[in-house]
Structures are given as C-alpha cells and as structure tokens.
Design a protein around this ligand. Structure first.
Ligand SMILES: CCCCCCCCCCCCC/C=C/[C@@H](O)[C@H](COP(=O)(O)O)NC(=O)CCCCC
Ligand SMILES: Nc1ncnc2c1ncn2[C@@H]1O[C@H](COP(=O)(O)OP(=O)(O)O)[C@@H](O)[C@H]1O
Ligand SMILES: [Ca+2]
Length: 500
C-alpha cells in the first residue's frame, strides 16, 4: 500500500482506478490539478472537486491520488487537464464587480477571503473592480468594459447590485445588436455573457432562488464549474419610456413602502427590513388603482400547481421553446385578452421567480419559474390587519399562500398598473358610479399631508430599487439573461449524482 501524503485528505491509489468508479465520479467535478511532490517511486497528486453539503451548499474537497511512477502520474495529470480544457462551459476570465457598500459592508472581504482563492486554484483569471458609487458597475458595463475579453461577469453584492449589472449588460447587448432598448414592444436580444452572483447583500433573493442558498463559496463553485441557468427579465415602462428591468420582485404597496422606509435606515444593515416591515404592517396602508393583465395562455404550469422550479425544469424548457419559436404569433393571438381589475390593494406583487430568500424560504410565489416567460401577479386586496398577518405568515409556512379570499394570483405575460390618482376622467367617472358617490376615495388626502390620512399612492419596489413612477407597463422577456447557476437541485441527501 502506498503511504499517505502529509495532507489532511485520505490517499487513494490511482493506478487501478478505472473510469466509472468512485474516483471517476469525482473527477467530473475537478477544477484543480497539480503535482506537488515526488517520493520514492510515488507521485502524489491532490485533486479538488465539489462535494455537496446540506441545504444546497457546495464545498471544495480534495482527494489525493498516488501513482507508482512519475510517468503514470503525468499521464493522469495531462488527461485530466485535457478534459478540463475541452470543457467550453467553464469560464477562464471573469470581470468582477464588488459593491463594498451593500449588506453588512463585507463584500470586499467575502470576495478576497472566500472567493478569490478558489478562482486562483481553478485557474480562473479575474479583472476586479470595487465600485466607488451607485451605478458605477452599470455605467462601466454600458460604455467601457471590453466584454469580448471575458467569459462572464461576477457581481459581489445584493439584489440591487445584481440589478445594476444586468442593466449594464442588457443595454449594451441591445445597442451592440442595434435593438432599441427603450421601446416596450421591442423583442430584446438575449445577453451572451453569464452573470455569477456572490451574495453579499441584505436579502440576496436572486442568489437564493437560483442556487438554494446564499453562500459565497457555493456560488463561487457554481461559477467555476461553468453552470448555466436562463432567467426571465421584465422590462418596465411608463408612457412608453423605459424605467427599469426586474427579475425577482416588483412590489407596490406593502413591499414598496417597506423599501422606501428601509432606505432611511440603511445604517442598520439587513435588519432595516425587519423594522420597516413591522412598521409598515402596523401602518396598514391600502392603495387604489387599476391592474390590467394579459394572462399566460398555452403554457405549462399554474401559480397554484405546487410544481417547484428545479434544476433542469421541464416547465421552463417547454415554455421557453414555445415562446422563442412562436413569440410573434403568441403575442398577436393573445392581444385583446386583457383583463382588468379595479380595487383597493394592500399589496400588488409580481414575482418573476419564487422570490425565495432566507426570510421566506419558499418565497412569495413558490411555484413561479425562473425561465418560463411569465410572472405571477399577486393581488392582496384591502383586508383586516389580522388577515394581512395571516397572508404574511404564509410566506414563512407551508400553507398555500393564495388560499385566502382576499388574495388572488394570475400567471401573466404582461401587466399594467394605474394608481387611482392617475386614472383618466372616464375611469374616474366609472369608479364613482360603481362605488356609490365616490366613497371609495375617502382615504385620499394628498393635499393635507399633515392630517394623518393615508397617502394616495405607494412606490414600486423593483428588485430592491424604488421606481420613479407608479403607473407602469410590465412585459416579461423570456430567458433574456443567463446565470452561473443550475437552479435549485432536488437530490436525495448525501447522494452525488453529477456524472453526465
Ligand atoms: C410576520 C412575518 C412576516 C414575514 C414576512 C417575510 C416576507 C419576506 C419576503 C421577502 C421577499 C423578498 C423579495 C426580494 C426582494 C429584494 O429584491 C429586495 C432587495 O434586496 P437587497 O438588494 O439584497 O437588499 N429586498 C426587499 O425588498 C426586502 C423585503 C423585506 C420585507 C420584510
Ligand atoms: N460603491 C458604492 N457606493 C454606494 N452605493 C453603491 C456602491 N456600489 C453599488 N451601490 C449601490 O448600492 C445599492 C445596494 O446594493 P446591494 O448590493 O443590493 O446591497 P443591499 O442588498 O444591502 O441593498 C445598490 O443600489 C447599488 O446600486
Ligand atoms: Ca418566470
């Protein structure tokens, strides 16, 4: 038996090991290979690979192979290096943006201590930019970044920072492809560069909902092995003027108010959301307006079918293909099927993905899909505080979030919202008639901000950023971007099944 080398990992003999055995399974995940020493007639070769831990966490583990001769060791090293080089999905050069200001202000430390050493071991080279101001990364991507030099972009920060990155990338892709990014009816060109998220923000919903955890090491390993996950993007316009893109939560009412209030408490870090959440729950504001939507037709899946979007999701594959092949026909066929709902709402949420995060492990719409070309429009009508609490508690429990009389959900391709105070004269007249001499307007008191009446309108929380307008037109662009992720894996615990 060959003696173990002086590393903490157990030694395994390489010579007799054949492809298909346990070692070969691990070699599929290899990203580091280096011959470190030679003993008498023995070559020692540590190989790093990915090991799955609990709750979707990945860790880098190491196995040490020993070969009886230097020549056989070199053959193994060369063979594995060749396999790795032939794998085109693994990135070799990455453009990294770090937000030093997000979350608990740990972005730089997290990257330097947990991520950079892994990239170095895997032979991934990087160009790192620590942002100096908000929108630095977005503007750099739009105008300066030499994107041809890179295989992907990495974002170290929270959902707001990720939003900056995709705004830069999407805009740049459209301009390079002569597509007008400002037009709401334009078919946008998908971005070719994948984006990796190293979570270092306050909610980290986009990372959590695409990987299953907000762990920087896990995300770094998904980037290194070259995973790919397509993702829908919503474009948001106001009067045909482009406002923003959104990939996770677009929330008016409760979530808009929480965000507005929490920005003033940024010094508190992620805890600001808990305090603002409690405050806005107690405030219990409702808002009037009109929601119109184009239901998603002819696709697989409904918001209440209990089918979670998981790695290799068939719903996303099916709907993605359908929408890319028949996009034009589909849009035309559905024109004219707009539905309209007027009312008083505590919250209007559009979840383009589950929006799972540590605060809400199933998310706001547990059966929403990452890449099916739709968003789940959730309307929470005015109800008592007690009922609203029941609704909020369902974000954290196993009960059906939508099985409440004052909550409805629609899977849609497009929707519009007009707050009551922006409605046209004819709509207002209709409201007056429908609501018996305008009692519906009793809460509105914009002229008397000091009188303590409820405000007439809220703001939209768009992936953690406040929108400047309340009347919006939202359209889903199926699979516009790609992440270095593979969706949440559903594995039997302890099983390693990545051999493909
Ligand atoms: C009484 C129990 C109530 C429990 C309610 C918990 C509900 C939590 C749902 C959170 C959904 C989050 C959707 C994601 C939003 C993020 O994009 C956004 C910005 O993130 P980041 O840039 O990382 O800061 N986060 C929020 O808007 C925070 C919402 C928190 C609401 C309590
Ligand atoms: N260097 C910087 N200084 C100030 N703000 C920044 C900087 N870099 C990025 N930002 C902005 O910080 C905001 C929050 O970033 P994010 O990473 O999402 O953290 P959090 O999750 O805590 O909100 C985003 O709106 C982003 O545009
Ligand atoms: Ca979706």
């Amino acid at each position: 038996m060959v003696p173990s080398p002086s590393t903490s990992a157990p030694a395994e003999t390489c010579g007799p090991v054949l492809p298909g055995s346990v070692c070969a399974v691990k070699l599929r995940c290899v990203f580091l290979l280096k011959c470190v020493s030679r003993r008498v007639c023995v070559c020692v070769c540590p190989v790093s690979y990915v090991e799955r831990g609990r709750q979707h966490r990945w860790r880098c583990a190491q196995v040490t192979f020993t070969c009886p001769t230097e020549a056989s060791c070199q053959r193994w090293v060369a063979g594995i290096r060749e396999l790795l080089a032939a794998n085109a999905s693994r990135p070799r050069r990455l453009l990294v943006y770090i937000n030093p200001y997000g979350g608990k202000k740990q972005g730089k430390r997290i990257y330097e201590q947990k991520v950079a050493p892994l990239f170095a071991r895997a032979g991934v080279s990087t160009h790192v930019i620590v942002t100096e101001y908000a929108n630095h990364a977005r503007d750099h991507l739009r105008t300066e970044a030499e994107l041809k030099q890179f295989d992907g972009v990495v974002c170290v920060g929270g959902d707001g920072m990720f939003s900056e990155i995709i705004h830069g990338l999407i805009w740049r892709t459209q301009v390079d492809g002569s597509v007008d990014p400002g037009c709401p009816d334009e078919t946008l060109s998908p971005c070719s560069l994948r984006v990796g998220i190293i979570p270092a923000g306050s909610t980290d919903c986009i990372c959590f909902a695409t990987v299953g955890t907000n762990d920087p090491v896990t995300s770094a390993l998904h980037i290194i092995v070259g995973d790919s996950q397509a993702m829908d993007v919503c474009s948001i316009h106001h009067n045909n003027t482009f406002l923003r893109y959104s990939v996770s939560l677009l929330g008016y009412g409760f979530y808009g108010d929480v965000l507005t209030d929490s920005e003033r408490k940024r010094w508190m870090g992620p805890a600001r959301y808990d305090l603002s959440g409690l405050k806005m729950f107690l405030t219990h504001h409702y808002y009037e307006g009109t929601v119109s939507y184009l239901p998603a037709r002819g696709i697989l899946g409904t918001p209440r079918d209990g089918a979670r979007c998981r790695s290799g999701c068939v719903v996303c594959q099916h709907n993605g293909q359908l929408l890319s092949e028949k996009a034009e026909r589909y849009e035309t066929e559905n024109d004219g099927e707009w539905r309209t709902i007027r009312g008083k709402f505590l919250a209007i949420n559009a979840a383009s993905m589950s929006c799972a995060c540590p605060r809400s492990p199933k998310g706001l719409s547990p059966a929403a899909h990452l890449a099916d070309g739709t968003t789940d429009l959730i309307l929470v009508r005015k109800c008592s505080r007690f009922n609203f609490l029941r609704h909020l508690l369902r974000h954290t429990s196993k009960d059906d979030q939508f099985d409440l009389t004052f909550v409805e959900v629609h899977r849609v391709r497009r929707f519009r919202f007009t707050p009551r105070h922006c409605q046209s004269d004819s709509d207002l007249e209709l409201d007056l008639r429908e609501n018996n001499k305008g009692q519906i307007f009793s809460q509105i008191c914009t002229d008397h901000p000091a009188c303590g009446c409820a405000p007439a309108y809220s703001s939209w929380n768009c992936d953690g950023e406040i929108l400047t307008h309340t009347a919006i037109d939202v359209r889903v662009h199926c699979q516009l971007i790609k992440l270095f992720a593979r969706g949440i894996e559903e594995l039997e615990s302890g099983l390693c099944v990545t051999v493909t």
